[in-house]
Design a protein. Structure first.
Length: 342
């Protein structure tokens, strides 16, 4: 079926560390998305089926839009249960870090992770892993952590533990990190895995509807408003800018996850090659970017917005006012004209 792609010594180490562990913590990045939560919950169910005591600890809350992921309501959010989260890290005898590359990506849990004495296993697909883990399975060429985790599970001989719940979690991350298999989706193995997940009973179409096509009234309205009134097109630079400031967010009762996916919309205009979305957050401006082809928005995020990410999907944080963030975008856009010169 699938060729083993992960080094045998790493698989062996994961197997050994898991076999002797009884108190396992799984954690993932801030503002968890379908891949972070899908992979965390998939592994949670697999380890629980082995009889392990296991907790998923997230830096902040699960967005309402992802509550359909099987078991995700059991996840412990550090924003709500800070002391308990820290206690779980302290008591853990094994920690899995899924879908993030650097300790700061787990925000308030960073110190809990770094002071833990438990062995760490990192399974991730972001560039440049910086987590000091005992086992690092880092594969940026793989489109989702869920896909990577599935391969780890198969190589560990745990495939028999992949039931409908686990399969649904894995499919969710594979689907959300590829825009329902519309980008980073050329790997033929993806479709082999999907076939296996279908055989485990997933309802693929229902998961699509839940992940991509279920919106609240406010969500529809804020998305429509953002596109109609707050998107600025610069076709001569191949760019679009979307801005939602404090007033905009208050008007539509903004909740985390409400603008998920919005940043992709301007890319449907052929002249637009990249999009920068600026959203007012608590004490900073959250930056989210998307691009097509060879436009490296991760470079823009690391150079101008204290962030990073993938070539075509990156993000960061801007510490300053929205006006300053917009000015910084204009500077970055002039810089990025170099990618349009022949
Ligand atoms: P999104 O726009 O969906 O929030 O993030 C897209 C990608 O950008 C993420 O998968 C992550 O790799 C990267 N990213 C988002 N926010 C940040 C950030 O604040 N810092 C860094 N380094 N990367 C980010
Ligand atoms: Mn991911």
């Amino acid at each position: 079926m699938l060729n083993p792609i992960i080094e045998a010594d790493k698989i062996k180490k994961i197997e050994e560390l898991t076999r002797v562990a009884n108190n396992i913590v799984i954690t993932c990045h801030l503002a968890p998305d379908g891949d972070a939560l899908g992979s965390s919950m998939a592994l949670y169910h697999v380890l629980a089926a082995m009889g392990k005591k296991v907790h998923v600890v997230t830096p902040d809350q699960v967005p309402v839009s992802l509550m359909f992921i099987p078991g995700v309501k059991e996840a412990v959010a550090a924003t709500r249960h800070e002391d308990f989260s820290r206690q779980l890290f302290r008591e853990a005898d094994l920690i899995f870090c899924l879908d993030f590359n650097a300790p700061y990506r787990i925000d308030r849990l960073q110190s809990a992770l770094e002071s833990s004495k438990a062995p760490l296993i990192l399974i991730d697909h972001h560039l440049n892993p910086e987590v000091k883990a005992d086992v690092i399975v880092s594969r940026p060429e793989i489109s989702s952590t869920c896909m990577l985790l599935f391969r780890v599970i198969c190589q560990l001989g745990w495939f028999r533990l992949v039931d409908k719940k686990v399969a649904s979690c894995i499919y969710t991350g594979m689907m959300t990190d590829t825009g329902n298999f519309s980008y980073n989706s050329q790997d033929p193995d993806l479709y082999i895995v999907i076939a296996e997940l279908l055989r485990r009973g997933i309802d693929k179409d229902a998961l699509y509807k839940k992940a991509f096509n279920t919106k609240t009234i406010n969500q529809l309205k804020i998305n429509g408003y953002a596109i109609a009134e707050r998107t600025y097109f610069y076709p001569e630079h191949g760019a679009a800018l979307m801005v939602l400031d404090k007033d905009d967010l208050e008007k539509y009762d903004y909740q985390p996850g409400l603008t998920e996916g919005l940043v992709n919309v301007p890319l449907s205009v052929p002249e637009i090659k990249y999009v920068v979305f600026l959203r007012q957050a608590d004490g900073y401006v959250k930056v989210s970017t998307r691009s097509e082809g060879d436009i490296p928005v991760n470079e823009m995020c690391s150079k101008y917005f204290n962030g990073g990410g993938h070539k075509n999907a990156a993000g960061g944080e801007f510490y300053g006012t929205m006006e300053e963030a917009v000015k910084t975008f204009e500077k970055a856009m002039a810089d990025f004209d170099k990618y349009f010169k022949e």
